[in-house]
Structures are given as structure tokens and as C-alpha cells.
Design a protein around this ligand. Structure first.
Ligand code: NI
Length: 164
């Protein structure tokens, strides 16, 4: 099967507030599976539906063997989150460099809350809610932003901090 290509800036779908999902069927599961495949193939840690041209509030993420500054992160198996809602639990912020599969070869420092609550639905429609911290919290915030048409670049006030 041919995998869909990743949409890059300035595609207008990357700037759209995406549509909620109300049908939890085989088609949705298949879409999530494809998204995970695309993410893995691109060596990404997350992927939102609009990044492969789909207008639906779903993202996938996974930190399966991710290393950052020599530190091995806790393994998080690839999973899907539908209609995510993020609530900030603490005012503590952390700045870390981010990149995005839709903005090739560009990285920049983004400040984000370190402790959040992620609520959403799984592929079977089941609701969940849990606390997320650290790097995982950053990834889910980045992906939720995508569903709202927001990109990491929007946080960068000083363009001289961008790295190619
Ligand atoms: Ni991204």
C-alpha cells in the first residue's frame, strides 16, 4: 500500500481548525493505523490528521525508541487520541527545541507547560483522561495545536532562534 505524503507549509489545511469525529468505526481505525505508519516512516514522534490531508480531530504519537540529548525516554507505544482536550495543571513552563514533519528542516525553542491533563477518546470511542508530564506533555500539546491550525512557529517571537 502506498502511504500518503506529508503535507507541508504553507498548505491551508495545516491552518484549519479541524472537524470533530463522531463515528468510531473500522474506517477510523484504518486511518489511525495509516497515520502511525506514516509517522514511523518519517521518524516522527507524532502526527495529526491534517498532516496527511484529513480534516478530523485525531492525532497519533509514540515515543518508541526516542533519544534526546543522550537521554533515553520512557517508551510510549504508538497510540491514537481523538478529540483531545488539554488542561494546564501547573504554571511551570519549560523551553525545548521542537521541529515538525510539516515544516522540514527547521527547529526552534518553544516554551510549554510541563504538566497537563489530556482528555480525549480512543479508537473504540471510550473516553479517557490522564495526567501527562515532561516530553510526552510537549508532544501531545504540539499535536493538539495541529488540530487547531496552530504550528510551533507561532510560539517563536525571535526568528534568530530558529535553526536549520
Ligand atoms: Ni508538527
Amino acid at each position: 500500500m502506498k502511504l500518503p505524503t506529508i503535507f507541508t507549509v504553507p498548505d491551508p489545511l495545516l491552518r484549519k481548525e479541524l472537524t470533530p469525529i463522531s463515528t468510531f468505526d473500522q474506517e477510523l481505525s484504518q486511518m489511525a493505523e495509516t497515520m502511525i505508519e506514516v509517522m514511523r516512516k518519517a521518524d516522527g514522534v507524532g502526527l495529526a490528521a491534517n498532516q496527511i490531508g484529513i480534516d478530523a480531530r485525531i492525532f497519533v504519537y509514540g515515543l518508541e525508541a526516542f533519544e534526546l540529548e543522550g537521554q533515553k525516554y520512557r517508551k510510549i507505544y504508538a497510540q491514537s487520541v481523538i478529540i483531545p482536550v488539554i488542561e494546564v495543571l501547573e504554571s511551570e513552563m519549560e523551553t525545548m527545541e521542537e521541529g515538525c514533519l510539516s515544516i522540514p528542516n527547521l527547529w526552534g525553542p518553544v516554551e510549554r507547560p510541563v504538566r497537563v491533563r489530556l482528555s480525549g477518546q480512543r479508537l473504540n470511542g471510550e473516553s479517557f483522561s490522564r495526567e501527562v508530564t515532561g516530553y510526552e506533555a510537549r508532544v501531545i500539546q504540539h499535536e493538539t495545536d495541529h488540530l487547531n491550525g496552530k504550528l510551533f512557529l507561532d510560539y517563536i517571537t525571535d526568528p534568530s532562534k530558529l535553526r536549520r
